[in-house]
Write a protein that binds this ligand. Structure first.
Ligand code: ZN
Length: 327
């Protein structure tokens, strides 16, 4: 039986169950916390306990796996996620490797690589591969998938270098890919084109944030390549409202695309973008949390004619297929 790596170790893909395919435990930059957070808005113990409570609440709603694409650029720190995972044993947490940048590569990679000051094979491929094959930073936790970005700026030299490194690591390890995209800029098209040229198996690519648009032609064009649409920002109404997101998914189900969509919120237990104003900002977006899909979205989809079998496909079947190597 195929297996997938999680924070607590290897599990059978059939054990993933109801899976939210794009959530963050924490989005939290170490430099931000060390310099400005520790004495002000960041209380480690309080936030860890808060995360445990939020994830237990998701489990109580029937969620058994979250897939967390927090990589470099979003503040990945596995030991903290391990502490939380230990306290929510009913939940699988799947973690990623890769790089989150809308434009340039971080300086730590800028001068190292083929033909650069430190002339060497692409160090990103080496680092991503180590995370997948050996584990992340001595924690023993292995990344199960790769993450990169193609945003409104398109394929800048930095974005392209990262995406090619992700594609190569996918080819060499078989790990699937999630790419954050800007749907208003239709950047998913650029991502799919580049991955196709790089020999990526497009059925192993989630086009992240595809659900921010209701343009069915664009979405069907992407899905027709074999890629999976990330309908993954439920509750982030500033980009697209829940009723519109629901209508778009129902329309795609009707057209036979239930096997090309996954569901999620892109929520986090804590995100440091708002620092001390975090809880205040979050209160203005009450549905941007891990229970919204279970509580409101699934009933709304059923009301528009989406069947239980189609919901299962999006929540269980598609995640399982995505994480099954070699099919
Ligand atoms: Zn995200």
């Amino acid at each position: 039986m195929p297996t997938v790596e999680t924070v607590r170790g290897t599990v059978d893909v059939s054990a993933l169950g109801r899976t939210l395919m794009h959530e963050h435990v924490f989005v939290l930059a170490a430099e931000h916390v060390q310099n400005y957070g520790a004495a002000a808005w960041w209380d480690e113990e309080e936030r860890v306990q808060d995360a445990v409570a939020k994830l237990r609440a998701a489990v109580a709603k029937g969620i058994t796996t979250i897939v967390d694409p927090t990589v470099w650029g979003l503040g990945r720190y596995i030991p903290r996620v391990q502490r939380i995972a230990e306290q929510v044993p009913e939940l699988n947490i799947v973690v990623a490797t890769g790089l989150y940048s809308y434009d340039e590569v971080p300086h730590q990679y800028e001068h190292r690589g083929p033909g650069l000051l430190v002339d060497m094979p692409e160090p990103m491929v080496e680092d991503f591969t180590r995370d997948i094959v050996e584990g992340i930073a001595g924690t023993g936790v292995k990344a199960a998938f790769l993450k990169c970005v193609v945003e409104a700026k398109g394929l800048t030299p930095g974005v392209e270098r990262i995406a090619r490194a992700v594609a190569r690591t996918h080819r060499e390890t078989g790990a699937p890919i999630t790419v954050h995209t800007s749907s208003p800029a239709q950047a998913g098209r650029l991502a799919v084109d580049l991955f196709a040229k790089e020999g990526v198996d497009l059925s192993k690519v989630v086009i992240g944030h595809a659900g921010d648009t209701n343009d069915l032609d664009y979405l069907m064009e992407l899905a027709d390549t074999g890629a999976i649409l990330g309908m993954d920002r439920f509750g982030l109404d500033v980009y697209n409202s829940t009723p519109d997101r629901v209508r778009t998914i129902a329309a795609l189900c009707e057209r036979g695309y239930a096997d090309r969509m996954v569901l999620s919120h892109d929520a986090s237990c804590f995100i440091d973008y708002w620092a001390g104003a975090h809880d205040q900002v979050r209160s203005t977006m009450p549905n941007w949390q891990f229970e919204h899909i279970s509580d409101e979205v699934l009933p709304a989809l059923r009301e528009l004619g989406v069947s239980d079998a189609q919901l299962d496909q999006m929540l269980v079947g598609n995640p399982r297929r995505y994480f099954t190597r070699g099919i």
